[in-house]
Structures are given as C-alpha cells and as structure tokens.
Design a protein. Structure first.
Length: 95
C-alpha cells in the first residue's frame, strides 16, 4: 500500500469523532479496517476471502484497482480478467 493511501486509510477511524460518538467506536472502526485489509489480501482460493481480480492486480499491478462489482476499471480501460495469469498458475500447478 502506498504511504499516502495507507495514511488516508488508517485515518478514517477518526471520522466517527466528528459526530460525537463514543471513543470506543474509533477503536472498533480501527480494528475493522485492520481486519478488512488482512482478509482482502489473504488469497483468492479457499480458505481465503479475497477475490481473483484483486489477485490479478497484485500480479500485474497496472489493472483492477477497484473492486470487481464497480465498473470504473472497465470504464477507464484498466479491467483485466487474468486469463493469462490463470493459465500460468495452472501450468505451475500441474508440474
């Protein structure tokens, strides 16, 4: 994660303080952010909770910046299905 992206991502736990929530909410939101980042990067296959398109983003890095249910990657011509990545992984699997 880029340092600027990480700073913005981590500082969103302070957002509930603007609405006079209990300080414990900040801690709960911070835990949620930490676990969501972990669960989103633990692999795309069982028992992982990530998705294939995010895995392709980590392999190629110049595609699939968003989630698979939003059309922005397709709209900006950065969507990649990852068929070549799948073929390469299957070759390694069969060895």
């Amino acid at each position: 994660m880029h340092p600027i992206e990480g700073s913005i991502y981590s500082s969103t736990c302070i957002f509930p303080l603007l609405f006079w929530h209990h300080p414990m909410v900040v801690w709960i939101v911070k835990l949620d952010l930490a676990f969501k980042a972990y669960w989103g990067h633990d692999g795309y296959d069982y028992p992982g909770a990530g998705d294939w398109y995010h895995h392709v983003h980590h392999v190629k890095f110049s595609c699939n910046y968003g989630s698979s249910n939003l059309p922005f990657d397709w709209f900006f011509n950065m969507y990649e299905t990852g068929e070549d990545v799948w073929d390469k992984e299957m070759e390694n699997w069969n060895k």
